[in-house]
Design a binder for this molecule. Structure first.
Ligand SMILES: Cc1ncc(C[n+]2csc(CCOP(=O)(O)OP(=O)(O)O)c2C)c(N)n1
Ligand SMILES: [Mg+2]
Length: 889
């Protein structure tokens, strides 16, 4: 009962107590009052009153046995199935490591087998024509157990099983859940610890967003996420649980496998991970179901009238619990029960084997079933199931509860034999060493049962959908206003151009509703606040207050049908929302078009691991690195000025990145991205930097679209006087404008003509160049292919100077494809700092003057101008040759 629900049956008495407290507060202070209150609560508790004062409950199962829902399944058959799955999961790791050293894990799944088995047999519903399917995040290194079951169901072959972790020849199984490698099987990559729990919360949230916006019915679909207790150390694992609680995501179920161990040793040897997590999750508003003890303990609990057994359970720390299960029944009798004579007496009629059989909750299918059933029914809160298990369960001396168990990928024959005996696997002694796979014969009750259970749940899992209905993408002409010149004196930034494009897209009759704008509390930074009113900010409960700016045109409108996801100051969360939207084509069969815009500095380097997972998941969507460029975001200084996000983007194989300068370039890039991702359904995603520097934008020159998409095109041809030296100036983003100004200086001051190239993507140029280089190496006698960058520059005279607002390495990416050109890259290496753009560009040596000097120096190196001309340029542009290198200050 909540405090406020308790009636005051004796107000006068209440008053007396309150006055007494007042007196203490007045005369002895708050500390004394606190002390007395604690004493009272303590006394009340010890006197038998139940006062729910802390976020923790007793160290027992949350669901009392008389309230457990019973499984309708056949426990005997399920036990046999589970035993075979266990064996095959172990066997595939052992077999893979017989002749290779590819690794694998046995102990984790061994502890989790029951948790998965109950789910597969009774709870996880597949995607069908009429049902969307449950989403299941499998703990990464428990993958062998999932393969083992799929194998027994005929979904994987012997050969695939034997090629666990040997994928290169195409018939293997990936080490962990990777949609990139097994695109029909795995949905969610989880093995980077912490990302699974975080992404699962946002998947559940996005499923509700789709429902609230009318894209799908809820259908009682759930997101299940499995994770290890060690994994909960990751800040990401717990980092978003308050969102799930606050938003009452009752479509979300976490299962934390508390086997008390991580890789090196105990998770909380000196404490209790289950109790710690209970209070974390309760505090965050979750429904917590603890599954600590298995059914064999039941008779002992009945006899524990004085609560001594409970006291012993509560005082014992996880380190001890682990040690017990690494020993035997005699040891447990002596060290657990032996502490109190009453407990020793309690187990006096039990043999050591009986004591050893006292099981943990996560290994009792009845307890697990009851917990899952309760979680399915629970409304108004997400549920976390804290299941206590034993790491390496069944591995015996090879690993059960041993600190070394996590990395065991081999087992001695005697351990394999013990494993076989324990789980009654029909493998003869002389075959033990090779650990053959076992299966139930066609027509056997077990195999029939396995198939029937899955049929009843709609089909097999895991399974992943690769494509959805293509969307009808607007033609480039739909963005016509952006293809025209902005007009004299009409200055705008690429960020503003982007917001215009986004506005046009959300108004598009065909695809507008699929657009999902996502911001981490930066809408105003990017001039997107107009969307608050226009589209609404998604909130499941709508808006329960009158916004402060209700009388304004663009008020802060929260709405259950809101389209914008305003994630708060939370880049990992916003990125997870983006991933959920970007994979909606697969998880829900509905292609959503997410545009996530953020400070580019808080992108890849902040959430790089999620960006990597997004690539693995074949996410399709747009990331917009706002306020980009080391010298373009001027005032914000070292922590904000991004000079490397493109290089980080380049590390993700299917991330296509652009650094455009003009509105028309942006329009061409976004339109083509839409076409590739939502029409052609290519598994790529886009990273585009947009800047906050205002300038005029020219009209799109004729025929440049292809070049824009390939990564570069000729923007301006240099007008050369006869025999005057020429240079090739490349530039991207806002620095392209410095390049143009530099070309003007060269022409005016030194009579040098410059061809100017707008490079929209050094990353794409490099990928194309590498691909061509590779092909040419492998086809030495064929007519060589030519990369796009070389095609552009091969017949052009003079050195190449490439300038960007990013580290020099960014432009340097194309160097090796221009072997006959003199090449020099300018870029902003070093820590940023706050100042004006002009000063910053001077400091980082990427302004027009440096472009001109770099060109002169390159010409001098090629003996096309005398060296003293370079000195002249340095003087003319007032550059201090002794200025320190910006990377050193
Ligand atoms: C971010 C990250 N760091 C480290 C690892 C390496 N790693 C894989 S499993 C593991 C231990 C996992 O322990 P726990 O979460 O308790 O899972 P269990 O195997 O006990 O079920 C570690 C450290 C990883 N996969 N991801
Ligand atoms: Mg663990």
């Amino acid at each position: 009962m909540d405090m406020q629900d308790i009636p005051d049956t004796d107000p006068q008495e209440t008053q007396e107590w309150l006055e007494a407290l007042d007196g203490v507060l007045k005369h002895e202070g708050a500390h004394r009052a606190h002390f007395l209150l604690e004493q009272l609560v303590d006394k009340a508790r010890r006197s038998g009153a139940y006062i729910p004062f802390s976020a923790n409950t007793a160290y027992i199962n949350t669901i009392p046995s008389q309230l457990e829902e019973h499984s309708p399944g056949d426990a005997e058959i399920e036990h046999r199935i589970r035993s075979y799955v266990r064996w095959n999961a172990m066997a595939m790791v052992i077999r893979a490591n017989k002749h290779t050293n590819v690794g694998g894990h046995i102990a984790s799944f061994a502890s989790a087998a029951t948790l998965y088995d109950v789910g597969f047999n009774h709870f996880w519903r597949a995607q069908t024509d009429t049902f969307g399917g449950d989403l299941v995040f499998v703990q990464g290194h428990s993958a062998p157990g999932v393969y083992a079951r799929a194998f027994m169901l005929g979904r994987l072959t012997n050969e695939q099983m034997d090629n666990f972790r040997q994928e290169v020849d195409g018939k293997g199984l990936s080490s962990y859940p990777h949609p990139w490698l097994m695109p029909d099987f795995w949905q969610f990559p989880t093995v980077s610890m912490g990302l699974g729990p975080l992404m699962a919360i946002y998947q559940a949230r996005f499923m509700r967003y789709l429902k609230d916006r009318g894209f799908l019915e809820a259908q009682g679909r759930k997101t299940w996420a499995f994770m290890g207790d060690g994994e909960m150390d990751e800040p990401e694992s717990l980092g978003a649980i308050s969102l799930a609680g606050r938003e009452k995501l009752d479509n979300l179920i976490f299962v934390i496998n508390c086997n008390l161990q991580r890789l090196d040793g105990p998770v909380r040897g000196n404490g209790k991970i289950i109790q710690e997590l209970e209070s974390d999750f309760r505090g965050a508003g979750w429904n917590v179901i603890k599954v600590i003890w298995g059914g064999y303990w039941e008779p002992l609990f009945m006899r524990d009238t004085k609560g001594i057994l409970l006291k012993r359970m509560a005082e014992c720390v996880d380190g001890e619990y682990q040690t017990f299960k690494s020993k035997d029944g005699a040891y447990v009798r002596k060290h657990f029960f032996g502490k109190y004579p009453e407990l020793l007496e309690m187990v006096s009629t039990m043999t050591d084997d009986d004591i050893w059989r006292l099981n943990r909750g996560g290994h009792d299918p009845h307890k697990v079933y009851a917990a899952y059933a309760a979680a399915m029914k629970h409304t108004g809160q997400p549920t976390v199931i804290l299941a206590k298990t034993i790491k390496g369960y069944g591995m015996g001396e090879s690993g059960e509860s041993q600190n070394i168990t996590h990395q065991q990928k081999k087992m001695g024959t005697s351990s394999i034999k013990a494993f076989r005996d324990r789980f009654a696997i029909p493998v003869p002694d002389d075959k033990l060493e090779e650990a053959p796979y076992v299966n139930f014969p066609e027509g056997s009750p077990e195999l029939k049962y396995m198939h029937e259970r899955r049929q009843a749940l709609g089909g097999y899992q895991p399974a992943r959908r690769r494509k959805a209905e293509p969307l009808e993408i607007p033609p480039l002409s739909a963005f016509e206003t952006l293809l025209k010149a902005s007009g004299a004196g009409r200055e705008l930034s690429t960020t503003m151009a982007f917001v215009r494009i986004l506005t046009m897209l959300v108004r598009d009759k065909k695809i507008g509703k699929f657009v999902v704008p996502i911001v981490p509390d930066e809408s105003r930074t990017f001039g997107m606040e107009g969307m608050f009113r226009q589209l609404g900010i998604y909130s499941h409960v709508g808006q329960l207050y009158t916004p402060q700016d209700a009388d304004q045109l663009m008020f802060y409108k929260e709405d259950q049908k809101g389209q914008v996801l305003q994630e708060g100051i939370n880049e990992p969360g916003a990125m997870s929302s983006w991933i959920a939207a970007a994979t909606s084509y697969s998880t829900h069969g509905i292609s959503m078009i997410p545009f996530y815009i953020y400070y580019s500095m808080f992108g890849f380097q902040r959430v790089g691991d999620l960006a990597w997972a997004a690539g693995d998941m074949r996410a399709r969507g747009f990331l917009l690195g706002g306020t980009a460029g080391r010298t373009t975001l001027n005032g914000e200084g070292l922590q904000h000025e991004d000079g490397h996000s493109h290089l980080l983007a380049a590390t993700i194989p299917n991330c296509v990145a652009y650094d455009p300068t003009y509105a028309y370039e942006l329009a061409v890039i976004i339109q083509d991205g839409l076409r590739r991702m939502y029409q052609e359904q290519e598994d790529v995603y886009y990273y585009i930097t947009v800047m906050n520097e205002n300038y005029e934008h020219p009209a799109m020159p004729e025929g440049v679209e292809k070049g824009i998409l390939k990564g570069m095109y000729l923007l301006r041809e240099g007008k050369s006087k006869k025999n005057a030296p020429k240079v090739q100036l490349l530039g991207s983003g806002t620095i392209l404008r410095e390049v143009i100004a530099g070309a003007d200086l060269l022409e005016k001051d030194f009579g040098i003509a410059a061809d100017i190239w707008s490079v929209t993507s050094f990353n794409e140029l490099r990928r194309d160049g590498l691909d061509v280089q590779r092909w040419n190496m492998l086809h030495p006698e064929a007519a060589p292919r030519v990369s796009h960058v070389e095609t552009c520059l091969k017949d052009r005279e003079g050195p190449v100077i490439a300038s960007t607002d990013y580290m020099k390495m960014f432009a340097d990416q194309v160097r090796s494809f221009l072997p006959t050109h003199h090449f020099h890259a300018l870029g902003a290496d070093g820590f940023g700092r706050s100042d004006t753009r002009e000063k910053l560009r001077q400091f980082f040596e990427v302004d027009r003057n440096y472009v001109a000097v770099a060109a002169m120096k390159a010409l001098a190196d090629m003996e096309l101008v005398p060296r003293k001309k370079v000195t002249e340029a340095i003087k003319k542009y007032r550059i201090d040759p002794e200025k320190p290198n910006p990377t050193t200050v």
